[in-house]
Design a protein. Structure first.
Length: 160
């Protein structure tokens, strides 16, 4: 939301009011309160589209506590998408984890999966080959060691 303030004085006013209402930062706002602040920003007339990018949702922890941080993130994404706000654009990246796919599949307006694309694996292999062949320390390694590194890293990259 701070990044939005750089785009608009009106966004800045909403966030400043929210900050003041929470004791100038002395009180921790809940996820729900932060979400409501974002909604107030989105409802401002005449503002440009807001882009929310969540990269690597699969890296969000799944813990024993209920709900886990990943579950909370998925609920927030779900709620934001279901707003159908005309100025809100959401992009989420994740490996195809079951819990993530279950939620996002039903929400996605447009979905692109790179996980099984051959070009994805080829790009990773080319990058690993480049690093192994150009890294100063690795240049002293035996050819068999370099090949092993290449085989292991490209064999376990799983599209990432």
């Amino acid at each position: 939301m701070i990044q939005l303030c750089e785009q608009s004085e009106a966004y800045c006013t909403v966030l400043s009011d929210f900050y003041s209402a929470n004791g100038n930062g002395s009180q921790r706002a809940s996820d729900s309160e932060l979400q409501q602040c974002l909604l107030r920003m989105l409802k401002l007339p005449g503002q440009p589209p807001v882009y929310v990018v969540i990269d690597g949702l699969d890296r969000c922890p799944v813990t024993r506590g209920s709900p886990s941080p990943r579950e909370i993130a998925l609920v927030i994404v779900d709620e934001l998408v279901k707003l159908h706000h005309p100025n809100l654009r959401i992009c989420v990246t994740s490996r195809p984890e079951v819990d993530v796919e279950l939620v996002l599949r039903s929400l996605a307006f447009h979905s692109v999966s790179l996980h099984d694309e051959s070009g994805q694996f080829q790009d990773i292999a080319e990058y690993v080959k480049f690093v192994v062949s150009t890294d100063r320390k690795m240049q002293r390694w035996e050819k068999a060691d370099k090949e092993l590194v290449f085989q292991v890293l490209t064999g376990k990259c799983d599209g990432m």
